[in-house]
Design a protein around this ligand. Structure first.
Ligand SMILES: [Fe+2]
Ligand SMILES: [Fe+2]
Length: 477
């Protein structure tokens, strides 16, 4: 284990050639994956040269190799973080026992469900984003989109590896189904709500990578604590890639705020006439994507979450750190709000039952940090507007506040009152159309669409006017 085999059909550091049966099974899944990628991957760019990083090892600093590649030739590989000697389970009822190198029989169903649910999000996001290349605001952004896409493809590989190697025939069937479901398809949708929402413009893409991918970070972080060692090590390595996706989202939105501020300062407050994104529309996008992402954390009070924790399957964010002094979580309680007879009441529930909420609260803190940064840009430009996260009761489709007409401040309204202000809270058809009208394709190196500021620096220390993608016309030039 640990040796990297880069020249095999499937690059890996799991000694795949030492397990012929597994290798054959994965090699027969591979062409189906490529077919799916050609059908559902980025439309219109499959033959272009994109400046991408590829994982080639898991060593710190050394794992990312940058070069031009055509996306269908990307080397999707299977990489696990290095095994830790004598690692033990560090939370839940089996604390102190050795981690499992096989799936325990009585946790098989749960682990399969966890892995399938995580795995399903990866191809889903590629499907959601497949048309965005056609209106990319720069070559830099285009390249970032495709980097995210190929890595989501690799994350699917990561989960499929676990299914194939630990779950026998059921696992292989689940792996097939990953390529059958389709984002937004009525008959065969992806498993989770936010992964069936259309992403038709770059503002939605940045909100997705900021808020929805960030849910992914917290889910992966919780699984990186798992007592099932292969899952923990797989997700640990996924997290290193995920960091770039979150960077794309957070800095993308920051550049939108920056540009809108510049336009407002130049033109006396008006951005719409000058092709920028109005801040109220940005706020509505935030409201929509943030609330949809909160739904992904599941029920606030959850017996499943309690048993995942008890069983050592899924920990808290940074469970194995000084953040917590009690890793049993048998004592203690957590306060959960719910609606009772039209009023919000706060209940204490046993801590283990609140694990979804505990994870979500860490996520919310992380989102708030980004909001503070964006608001600092507004202040620095003397723009009298503050962006904010809506209340966690707003626009929910899962959990204790699902389907209730709360406003962004968390006040319960009548349905009529909510309907009357709905268009001030969430994007309208007109907002979406306006944003779409801003989405022009820019292909000249170093140039950026009018609605977004350039980033502070390029990728992998390359200049901003670097050829982050080469199309036929560039190659000829
Ligand atoms: Fe991912
Ligand atoms: Fe991601």
């Amino acid at each position: 284990m640990g040796n990297v085999a880069l020249d095999e059909k499937i690059p890996n550091n799991v000694n795949l050639s030492g397990d012929r049966k597994l290798q054959k099974a994965l090699e027969s899944w591979q062409p189906n994956f490529i077919d799916w990628w050609m059908d559902m991957g980025p439309e219109g760019f499959q033959q272009d040269q994109i400046y991408l990083r590829t994982a080639v090892s898991v060593e710190r600093g050394g794992w990312a190799h940058f070069d031009y590649v055509k996306m269908p030739d990307y080397r999707w590989g299977i990489f696990l973080a290095p095994a830790e000697q004598d690692r033990t389970i560090h939370f839940g009822d089996e604390i102190g026992r050795p981690v499992w190198d096989k799936v325990p029989g009585d946790a098989r169903k749960e682990l399969r469900r966890i892995i399938v649910t995580q795995g399903d999000t990866e191809p889903a996001s590629v499907e959601q984003q497949r048309l965005l290349g056609n209106c990319a605001p720069s070559l830099y952004d285009l390249r970032n989109l495709f980097q995210v896409n190929v890595e989501e493809g690799r994350h699917l590989w990561a989960m499929v590896y676990l299914l194939h190697s630990f779950f026998g025939r059921d696992g292989r069937e689940e792996a097939e189904d990953m390529l059958v479901r389709r984002s937004g398809n009525v008959d065969s949708p992806r498993i989770l709500g936010a992964f069936n929402k259309p992403i038709d413009d770059w503002l939605a893409f940045f909100c997705f990578t900021m808020f929805t991918d960030r849910d992914g970070k917290y889910q992966l972080a919780a699984l990186a604590e798992s007592g099932f060692d292969a899952l923990a090590r797989t997700t640990q390595f996924m997290l290193t890639e995920e960091a770039h996706h979150l960077f794309v989202g957070e800095t993308g939105l920051r550049r939108v705020v920056q540009r809108s501020c510049e336009l407002m300062n130049e033109h006396g407050g008006e951005v719409r006439e000058h092709g920028g994104i109005p801040l109220d529309i940005l706020q509505k996008y935030i409201n929509e994507w943030y609330s949809a992402s909160l739904d992904l954390f599941g029920a606030e009070d959850s017996s499943n979450a309690a048993s995942y924790f008890a069983r050592g399957l899924k920990g808290r964010f940074k469970e194995n750190s000084k953040r917590y002094d009690d890793h049993l979580a048998l004592e203690g309680s957590y306060s959960v709000e719910r609606l009772e007879n039209g009023r919000i009441v706060s209940n204490e529930i046993p801590l283990r039952r609140a694990m979804n909420l505990v994870l979500r609260d860490a996520y919310v803190e992380d989102c708030e940090r980004a909001l503070l940064r964006w608001n600092r840009i507004l202040e620095n430009h003397n723009v009298d507007f503050q962006l904010s996260l809506p209340s966690d009761r707003f626009n929910r489709h899962q959990g204790l506040f699902a389907g209730q007409p709360f406003n962004c401040q968390g006040e319960l309204l009548s349905q009529e009152a909510y309907d009357a202000i709905r268009d001030q809270l969430l994007p309208t058809e007109a907002d979406l159309n306006y944003v779409r009208s801003c989405m022009v394709r820019v292909t000249e190196p170093g140039k950026f669409a009018n609605w977004i500021a350039p980033p502070r620096k390029g990728i992998n220390n390359q200049p901003l006017d670097f050829f982050y993608a080469k199309f036929d016309e560039h190659v000829r030039a």
